[in-house]
Design a binder for this molecule. Structure first.
Ligand code: FAD
Length: 406
């Protein structure tokens, strides 16, 4: 199979024909597709071809800075988050790139006894799985993040091993390493159709030719429902716009603070790595859709929320911003598995706002699914079939609600 020689794949469009055959076609060059391509190629899988319709990290993975954590309520997410944190920390050695990992910790601000009880339960589960999170008093939270008014919170949950890193650098790092291990990366190359016959894959079609293949791995983020439909596979992923803003350099510059979130409102802020802060909020008024224009309406509820917890930030300037899509599922948990109807149609999508932090472990898990190896975690509960209930509603038994969602 033709191999890419580029050291930084995907910097420009090309019109060369795609390879006529591939052992595994990864669709999507975001953090999930890049991680999977790397893990497959590193394991010696020949003929790994990643197809991205635009450029690497053109979708949600283009977020300037991404939080990485293991503070979740669902043991599956805790284990995936913890395993991934180990990989993020070691990224400079494997696959080998600087991703600006900063282990500042995550600080969830809790407003009342109900939130505290929920997080006490979460911390107990996390501790049992080796995650060193803890509940702390308001004064300690304010010492960690001086913007927080200790009189305006009931408590906080803190984990010092969480932090943030640079998603675009991570995508590039994975793709370069995948290419080094023999994978081919084609950007500006959309998949337009997937041929199947009798539940078996035949080929993936692009404007630059068809690729015969026996395995497709759908990592198309918010566009996964459409890609799944090309093969007749139902992937219940809904796009939902989410936005961030950057303050630009502040005077005085902010202290180094944890990734700080108000659990009730989802308002969050952390250092931006350039002398300012990154601000965000999951606006509950946002309607589903593919629109990715940045607007400022969400800054109003953001300012109202931080006024309640960190009043010093209520009037902080918000300069330029960025809008991307959460690829949401009905229970805000990922879809990872193999279609029961189309053999070797694998998928890893629907990360609902925590796909960056889960990417290293997901790469491992999908590699093991592809190779038929024993994975470090049973991903059966993340199969898309858990939503095969009546009229597309979540089926009752397998739905896994995650409480620590932003
Ligand atoms: C504002 C915001 C803040 C976030 N904060 C965090 C955070 O702090 N921590 C965290 O873990 N996560 C965060 N997320 C979520 C995270 O960004 C996503 O879960 C993650 O990037 C998903 O990666 P992906 O590879 O699945 O999807 P994407 O990065 O969207 O990649 C999918 C790719 O598929 C390509 N594609 C689509 N259709 C086709 C096709 N037909 N042919 C070829 N290619 C195709 C797209 O062009 C795209 O590049 C945030 C998201 C947003 C929007």
């Amino acid at each position: 199979m033709e191999r890419s020689t580029a050291t930084d794949p995907g910097t420009g469009p090309g019109t060369a024909p795609v390879p006529g055959r591939a052992d595994a076609v990864v669709i999507g060059g975001g953090i999930i597709g890049a991680s999977i391509a790397f893990h497959l190629a590193e394991a010696g899988v020949p003929g790994v071809l990643l197809l991205e319709r635009e450029r690497p990290a053109a979708g949600s993975s283009g977020k300037p800075i991404g939080g990485v954590r293991a503070q979740f309520s669902d043991p599956l997410n805790i284990r995936i988050g913890r395993r991934s944190l180990e990989a993020w920390r070691a990224f400079a050695a494997r696959p080998g790139a600087d991703i600006g990992f900063d282990g500042v910790g995550y600080l969830f601000l809790l407003g009342d006894a109900t939130e505290l009880a929920l997080f006490e339960e979460g911390v107990a589960t996390q501790n049992a799985l080796g995650v060193p999170s803890r509940i702390i008093r308001p004064a300690e939270a304010a010492a960690l993040c001086p913007y927080v008014d200790p009189d305006r919170i009931a408590a906080a949950a803190y984990c010092p091993t969480d932090g943030h890193a640079l998603p675009v650098a991570a995508v590039r790092g994975y793709l370069r390493a995948a290419v080094r291990h023999g994978a081919t990366v084609r950007t500006h190359c959309p998949v337009t159709a997937i041929d199947t016959s009798g539940g078996t894959l035949g080929a993936v079609r692009t404007p630059y030719g068809a690729v015969r293949t026996g395995t497709v791995i759908c990592c198309a983020g918010a566009w996964s429902q459409q890609v799944g439909a090309m093969a007749g596979v139902r992937l219940p992923v809904t796009p939902l716009r989410r936005q961030i803003a950057l303050t630009g350099p502040l005077d005085p510059p902010p202290p180094r603070i944890p990734f700080t979130l108000d659990f009730a409102s989802t308002a969050y802020f952390h250092n931006d790595g350039a002398g300012g802060l990154l601000l965000g909020l999951s606006d509950p008024r946002q309607e589903p859709g593919f629109g990715r224009d940045f607007d400022r309406e969400w800054l109003e509820p953001f300012r109202a929320a931080v006024a309640r917890r960190a009043p010093a930030l209520a009037t902080v300037p918000a300069g330029h911003g960025w809008a991307g899509l959460y690829e949401t599922t009905p229970d805000n948990n990922a879809l990872i598995g193999e279609s029961p109807d189309v053999r070797r149609f694998l998928y890893a999508t629907g990360f609902s706002g925590h796909g960056f932090l889960q990417a290293p472990a997901v790469g491992e898990l999908v590699r093991d699914l592809y190779l038929g190896r024993e994975p470090f975690l049973d991903i059966g509960p993340l199969a898309a079939s858990r939503f095969d209930g009546p009229a597309g509603e979540p089926g009752s038994a397998g739905v896994r609600p995650e409480a620590h969602i932003i």
